[in-house]
Design a protein around this ligand. Sequence first.
Ligand code: C5P
Length: 235
Amino acid sequence: MRFANPIFVALDTPDLDCALAIAGAVKPYVGGLKVGLEFITALGPDAVRRVVETGLPVFADMKFHDIPNTVAGAARAIAGLGVAMFNVHASGGEAMMRAAAEAVAGFKPRPLLIAVTVLTSLDEAALAAVGQRGPAASQVGRLAALAKTSGLDGVVTSAHEIAAVRAATGPDFLTVVPGIRPAGSEKADQRRVMTPAEALAAGADILVVGRPITAASDPAKAAEAIARELGLPKT
Ligand code: C5P
């Protein structure tokens, strides 16, 4: 494992108190926290700083996609909040990804820069409707390879596509994997899921876990159970 604790908890809420309460409760059992567009749009940069102040690494799921100059500015801004990792859309192209990577190269510590390849909400019909022909898996591989060439550190991918990503990029590239469901938990709107142990065995570096922890009646207990399943020590 590349991370001592690969579990990142997705704080998908527009309520800062709720997010900080969950963060405090799960802290001994997880390796990081994720904040996304809902959280950041509703609560702003100060709320991100508050989450960073918990002391856990924070993944800002920004999914930036714009012209290189604009993405570079946004990349500097999010890195300036102290996040450990953020992401951009690989379909923004090589120049955009390079601009993002260059914009944060001087930060100490430098945040990891991750690419989104193909949104898992798009099926082949939806991809064809936006002009993207051919199997989604080929597009995932192509964009993952481009992200690596552009100097990024890894991709967000479903656990089922880790092998395709590795084939395109080689082993030295991070995979950040959502769609994680411990055995017996609700799938909700996720379709192609894996348990935490299965995803790690498939080669995942970071497991993004939201509702199985945040919607549990006792988030700390839910996080502890996943950590125990993976044989992780409490911190
Ligand atoms: O609650 P759940 O465990 O399904 O949350 C998964 C998290 O990962 C959410 O924040 C979701 O936005 C994010 N995500 C995802 N699938 C992707 C990319 C991100 O579920 N392809």
